[in-house]
Design a binder for this molecule. Structure first.
Ligand code: XIL
Length: 356
């Protein structure tokens, strides 16, 4: 019998299942790999909240530490590598049979202040290479994909080299991107390496421009044989903006032509501007994700879908996007009591979700 998921049009897994059952084999068979689902996890909660750990085990096949592999956590000072939090997530993933992704090696956010002293080319380059080699080597064959570079583009980027003025960019220039990918690849040749961006998902001049700049940056890197294997779209979907379906379809086609997969890396729905009624809000949130995922799976290029957290109980969203009416945000696939919401059903149309 066909499940609900198999009958839904547009679902990558659904279409593959349908053609296998009813259609004569096409001359050129193209069966998509199953699209994995996972979530960002907060290391301390895996031990302190059993319901949380169980929910991750139930629904996910991939996890990424929400913190633990960022510079601020790993590198309290220049001489130290503190792997405690990341090791806990790695152990949880191994014991639970989950794949593990790393986030992130190059990012302007949450950098320890001592890195501000890396102002010369040689200091910055040595530290960047040492960091990447040490961290990627430690998790070789345990972390199978890395967000190598996170949010490289300036806010209003119009060209591939409109990059954020990070310490790496200031000291090394654009070459720091190639350096980072090459160092990660050397440390673990089997890991899939991603470049990750946000604010490229919507209609409007700024988002179109950032999407073009991202495409151009990827081409720039691939033209130089830099080992970039995929592009991540964060998809912190802003409920009040319109997803650019055509723009994303075109982006997916371009990535496919370049041989790159697209990962949705940090999906949640920023619901501060969505209606108060929770059922309606959840419906609209799921609809946003449906539009995004349908646009991208047309090109059959989806690698995986990860949400930034699993339950509304623990989410970064209220830190930046509290609702004016005081109601709690509902950005994630499970509610505060771990019940699946429409967003989870939507994700399951496009991905293999173990618990659904
Ligand atoms: C946020 C985390 O959720 C917070 O816990 C942390 O303090 C700051 O970063 N884009 C990213 C993520 O790539 O790392 C951000 O996560 C959310 C935006």
């Amino acid at each position: 019998m066909l499940s609900r998921r198999d009958t839904l049009k547009g679902g990558a897994c659904g279409l593959a299942a349908l053609s296998g059952l009813f259609a004569p084999a096409p001359l050129v068979a193209r069966v998509n790999d199953p699209v994995g689902f996972g979530a960002a996890v907060r290391p301390p909660l895996l031990e302190s909240d059993a319901d949380y750990a169980n929910a991750i085990r139930k629904y996910c096949s991939i996890v990424v530490p929400e913190g633990g592999l960022i510079w601020n956590d790993l590198r309290p000072d220049r001489a130290t590598f503190d792997f405690a939090a990341a090791d806990r997530v790695a152990a949880f993933a191994m014991n639970s049979g989950l794949r593990l992704r790393g986030h992130t090696l190059v990012w302007y956010g949450v950098m320890p202040s001592w890195t501000e002293s890396l102002t010369s080319l040689s200091l910055a380059q040595d530290e960047l290479l040492k960091h990447i080699d040490t961290v990627v080597s430690r998790y070789r064959s345990r972390i199978d994909s890395w967000i190598v570079v996170n949010e490289p583009l300036a806010d209003d980027a119009a060209a591939f080299d409109d990059l954020r003025p990070t310490i790496w960019q200031r000291a090394i220039g654009i070459d720091h991107l190639a350096m980072a990918f090459e160092a990660a690849h050397a440390a673990d040749p089997a890991a899939k390496l991603f470049i990750n961006e946000y604010d490229v998902e919507y209609t409007g001049a700024r988002f179109r421009s950032r999407r073009k700049a991202l495409t151009a940056l990827i081409r720039f890197l691939l033209d130089r044989n830099v080992p970039v294997h995929g592009v991540g779209l964060q998809a912190h979907l802003r409920g009040n903006l319109t997803i650019d379906v055509e723009g994303l379809q075109q982006f997916a086609a371009e990535m496919k032509a370049l041989g790159l997969k697209i990962a949705i890396t940090e999906l949640d729905v920023i619901d501060n501007k969505l209606p108060a009624d929770s059922a309606e809000r959840d419906r609209q949130a799921a609809q946003r994700a449906q539009t995004l995922l349908a646009a991208l799976s047309d090109g059959a290029s989806l690698d995986s879908v990860l949400t930034w957290g699993i339950t509304d109980k623990y989410t970064w969203v209220p830190t930046y996007f509290k609702r004016a009416d005081g109601l709690k945000n509902r950005p994630l696939p499970l509610d505060e009591n771990y019940a699946p919401k429409p967003l989870m059903q939507t994700i399951a149309q496009f991905c293999t979700v173990p618990g659904i």
